[in-house]
Write a protein that binds this ligand. Sequence first.
Ligand code: SF4
Ligand code: SF4
Length: 305
Amino acid sequence: MAENLTIFELERYALEDGPGIRTVVFFKGCNLHCLWCQNPESQQRRPQVLYYRKQCVGCGKCIETCPAGAIDTASDLGFVTIHDRCTLCASCVDACFYNARRIAGEVRSSEDIMREIMKDQSFYENSGGGVTFSGGEPLLQIEGLVDLASRCRSEGIHTALETAGSVPWDRFERIFPYMNLIYFDVKHIDPLVHERVVGAPNGVILNNLIRLSREFEPVIVRIPVIPGVNDSPEVIGDICSFLSTRTRVRKVELLPFHRLGSGKYAALGREDSMEGVPSLDKAACLPLAGLGKRFGLDITVGAGH
Ligand code: SF4
Ligand code: SF4
């Protein structure tokens, strides 16, 4: 029987989430709340209405059609959705001629997602690509993930997982047989700073990484480099020291902070904690990557393969 999954995007022809040409399945729902999250619509498991004020002409059609009284114009932010009143009926989305409203997230069966994935099988074969499970945190929907990943494996499709690692260990054991590659995020070694900027302590995450690096390969660590949080040689050096002494990970990617997802905070009616912080240049991260040699790590800047 096919499992249901809550996803917020299915991206075809992706080039930065593993080798070759890939389809990326973005799972909705995350148990972390990183201040710099570029996909804030991924955090809640439940689908949500996004409202793009720049496209809104103020015609009021959405508020007229909303049966739940879930659109508010009291603030100066426009026609804002009151998420806990919204029943996700999509009437406002259909009523808006200007595409200023859309629903992020949908529940789809693994069979249905698989049909979409199979459309690009020849691209995977010719480019050495495959499917990447990203999020959100895919391991929070373990039954659906195992079902979908096992379907990919039976078709001979390469599979990769992107995880933040804050889950019970047995979730990793469940997906080992169906995964070819795991990307694992590390943000900070100091537990107090980690809790402040990510919303959860890092003990489980680091212990999972130690064990994962012994029981599975390849594991590639990804470090989002965030101004004022971990963009110093000291903090990156602490992470490198941990990786080199406590894990078998040798390949690391530094991902410079960018602002591509910043408009989504306003679309959700949320404050952007990184408002006004400029994107980081790749060049600014090169000296941090240079630290790798000292710790016996192969560090590159940007998502490689
Ligand atoms: S229907 Fe669309 S354009 Fe009209 S007020 Fe609502 S969001 Fe704005
Ligand atoms: S999805 Fe339905 S309930 Fe939610 S804001 Fe739009 S019209 Fe109202």
